[in-house]
Design a protein. Structure first.
Length: 202
């Protein structure tokens, strides 16, 4: 009788196991990269060098990235266009911060010669910065390419001495011929703060 009971229990257990649903498969998600390329349709899960996201690079005072889409003109052309965009971004950063700093300086000193504004617009200052040979000589630090889309990326940097020269030239252009006022600005704390702000990055 005991053996019969054991067989009955074993049979019932086997039946229950046979009816049980299989466990759902475990979905393992790929780790999210710290920095990823953001062009294309997504998902944006292709790892990218950290400088693509941070726009920072060792050994330079100020850096900016530029990109250009895949082109049948070839990779060298894409890098050239991406480099031009990165330099334009550098010029905008410098001119925008210089313009803001000079407006603050005029407001704090009561300088009214230009209506408490810079002598020329920020866009004009940007163009003057772009025309500087120092900016044209800024270094392409490294480059990368999104393997999914073919987009080319570069990062361009300015060394501290080149950045200092560009800030001087940019401020002078912003004062539009007001040499005496420009010299007073250069001697002010605002000018030192402007250089320090740019050297700290964007």
């Amino acid at each position: 009788m005991k053996n019969v009971s054991k067989y009955l229990v074993l049979a019932a257990t086997t039946a229950l196991i046979g009816c049980a649903k299989p466990a759902p498969p475990v979905v393992v998600q790929a780790p999210v990269p710290v920095c990823s390329f953001q062009d294309g349709q997504g998902p944006y899960d292709t790892p990218a060098p950290m400088w693509v996201c941070s726009e920072q690079f060792p050994g330079v005072a100020l850096a900016a990235t530029g990109s250009f889409q895949n082109s049948n003109m070839g990779y060298d052309f894409m890098v050239e266009m991406a480099t031009s965009r990165a330099r334009q971004k550098l010029a905008r950063i410098i001119s925008t911060k210089a313009s803001s700093s000079i407006k603050d300086y005029r407001a704090s000193t009561g300088s009214q010669s230009a209506g408490n504004e810079t002598g020329i617009s920020t866009a004009e200052i940007t163009q003057k910065v772009l025309s500087q040979s120092d900016l044209a000589g800024s270094r392409v630090l490294t480059k990368a390419r999104n393997p999914k889309t073919g987009m080319a990326y570069v990062i361009v940097g300015l060394t501290p001495d080149i950045l200092d020269g560009l800030v001087d030239d940019t401020a002078k252009a912003a004062f539009a011929g007001e040499e005496a006022e420009f010299q007073r600005f250069k001697a002010s704390q605002g000018f030192d703060a402007l250089k320090a702000d740019l050297a700290d990055g964007q």
